[in-house]
Design a protein around this ligand. Structure first.
Ligand SMILES: *Cc1c(COP(=O)(O)O)cnc(C)c1O
Length: 412
C-alpha cells in the first residue's frame, strides 16, 4: 500500500466536470476501520507511481525484489499465494504460472541451453514427454529417461548433464525415487535437481529439504481442491532463484489475481482435506487388494507397495490417488469397469473434492520400465465422499451390473 503522504496531489473534486469525476471516483483507496482476514483481490494492469523517480527506482529494483510495477509482472493477490507456497515448500521464493505444465516447461527452458543433457524420470507426468520431443530436439538439448525408482542414474550421467528432473511418487503408478540419493549424485557434480511435488502438494513431501534445488507443482490439484482453476508454481532455493526468475520475467509469465484468489481460498483447508482423501484411498486400495479380479494395486501407503519403505522415510502422509490393474489385461475389461462406475466421474486431473476414474496406457507412459504385464491401469482419485459408497460403486461395476442410470459424468 502506498504511503498517503507521498500520494500525488489531485485537484479538489468539486472543481472537476462530471466526466472527470466519474473517471476518478472510487479508485483504490485505503479503507479506515479494521481489516479483513484475507488479502484483497487486486485486479491491475497499470500500476501508478507518485513521480518518475519512484517509477525509475521500482524498475531498477524489480529484477531482484518483488515490487509491484505492472500487471504482467505480478499482482498483490498472486504475491500472497506465492508466500503460501514458499512457506509450504520451505523455499526462498515462488513464481506462479498459468498451468502446472507451464511451470515444468518454463523451468526446463530457464535451466537448459543447446548442448546440455537432461535426465528425466521415467515416471514423469506424460505431457512432459511430448514437450521433450518438441522442444529439446529443436533446441539441441539431449535427454534420457531414468528408472522411476532412481536406480542406475549414475551410469547415465554425462559431462554435459545439467539437470536431473524427478517426479516422486511417479504419475499413475506412484513409484518412489530416493531423492536424497539423487541430490548427492547431482550436487557432487554441480548438476541441478528439480522435482515435481504435485502429489505431495507441498504438504506431504519436502523436496527442497531433501536436497532438490527447484520444486515445480500444479496447485490445480490439491491446493485448489475444488476442480475450478488451473495453475502452476515453481519454488526454488536462494541459489537457484535468479536465472528462473529472470527467464519468467522475460517470457511475461504471471497469473490472474482471480485464479490466485481461488487457490488461496482452497489452500486454507488443505490440511483438513488431505487426511480424508488419504484415509478413503487407503480403504479403497485395501478393498481392491481383496478382489479376485484385481491383479495389483498401486498406492505407496500399502505395506507391500514397492516404494513403501522410502515413502515412510520421506513422506508425512498420502493422498487420494491409487491405481490398479485387473487380472484380465485387455483394455476392454478395464474400460468396461470405468464405464460402469456411477459415483466416479471420468476425467483428467485430480485433487478436487470429487472422485474420478481414468484409464492409463502404461506402455505409452513409461519407456524405461516394461509394463507389458499390466499395460492398462485404472487410476482413481478418491474424493471426499463416504468411502462405503465408493466401494459399493466399485463392487457393482466389477459385478458387471453397470447398466443403470450413471448420473453426471465429467468429460475432459
Ligand atoms: C496435473 C499435473 C501436472 C500439470 O498440471 P496442470 O495444471 O494440469 O497443467 C504436472 N505434474 C503432475 C504430477 C500432475 O499430476
Amino acid at each position: 500500500m502506498s504511503d498517503d503522504s507521498r500520494e500525488k496531489s489531485t485537484p479538489s473534486f468539486s472543481a472537476l466536470k462530471p466526466r472527470t469525476r466519474l473517471n476518478r471516483a472510487g479508485l483504490s483507496t485505503r479503507v479506515d476501520g479494521g481489516r479483513a482476514v484475507n488479502p484483497p483481490l487486486v485486479r491491475a494492469s497499470t500500476i501508478l507511481f507518485d513521480d518518475l523517480a519512484q517509477l525509475a527506482d521500482v524498475r531498477r529494483r524489480r529484477g531482484d525484489e518483488r515490487l509491484l510495477s505492472y500487471g504482467a509482472r505480478g499482482n498483490p493477490t498472486a504475491y500472497a499465494l506465492e508466500d503460501v507456497i514458499s512457506e509450504l515448500e520451505g523455499g526462498y521464493r515462488t513464481r506462479l504460472l498459468p498451468t502446472g505444465l507451464a511451470a515444468i516447461t518454463q523451468t526446463l527452458v530457464a535451466c537448459l541451453r543447446p548442448g546440455d543433457h537432461v535426465l528425466v524420470s521415467d515416471a514423469v507426468y506424460e505431457p512432459v514427454r511430448h514437450f521433450a520431443r518438441q522442444f529439446f530436439e529443436r533446441f539441441a538439448i539431449d535427454y534420457s529417461f531414468f528408472a522411476a525408482d532412481g536406480q542406475g542414474v549414475e551410469a547415465l550421467l554425462r559431462p554435459q548433464t545439467r539437470l536431473i528432473y524427478a517426479e516422486s511418487p511417479g504419475s499413475l503408478a506412484y513409484e518412489i525415487a530416493d531423492l536424497p540419493a539423487l541430490a548427492r549424485l547431482a550436487h557432487a557434480r554441480g548438476i541441478l535437481l528439480a522435482a515435481d511435488n504435485t502429489w505431495g502438494a507441498g504438504y506431504l513431501y519436502q523436496p527442497l529439504a531433501l536436497g532438490a534445488d527447484i520444486v515445480v507443482s500444479a496447485p490445480t490439484k490439491y491446493l485448489s481442491g475444488h476442480s475450478d482453476v488451473v495453475m502452476g508454481a515453481v519454488t526454488t532455493t536462494r541459489d537457484a532463484w535468479e536465472p528462473i526468475n529472470r527467464s519468467l520475467d522475460a517470457h511475461g509469465m504471471t497469473v490472474s489475481p482471480d485464479d490466485a484468489w481461488l487457490i488461496l481460498r482452497g489452500s486454507r483447508t488443505l490440511a483438513a482435506r488431505l487426511p480424508l482423501h488419504a484415509a478413503g484411498a487407503l480403504r479403497v486400495a485395501q478393498w481392491l487388494q481383496r478382489q479376485a479380479a484385481v491383479a495389483r494395486v498401486f498406492h505407496p501407503a500399502l505395506p507391500d507397495d514397492a516404494g513403501h519403505a522410502l515413502w515412510r522415510r520421506d513422506f508425512s502422509g498420502s493422498n487420494g490417488l491409487l491405481s490398479f490393474a485387473l487380472k484380465d489385461p485387455a483394455e476392454s475389461a478395464a474400460a468396461r469397469l470405468v464405464d460402469a462406475l456411477r459415483l466416479f466421474g471420468i476425467g483428467a486431473s485430480w485433487g478436487g473434492f470429487e472422485s474420478l476414474s481414468m484409464l492409463a496406457d502404461m506402455r505409452q507412459a513409461r519407456t524405461v520400465a516394461d509394463w507389458s504385464r499390466h499395460p492398462h491401469l485404472i487410476r482413481l482419485h478418491i474424493g471426499l465422499e463416504d468411502p462405503d459408497d465408493l466401494i459399493a460403486d466399485l463392487e457393482q461395476a466389477m459385478g458387471g451390473q453397470g447398466t443403470e442410470d450413471r448420473g453426471q459424468k465429467t468429460v475432459q
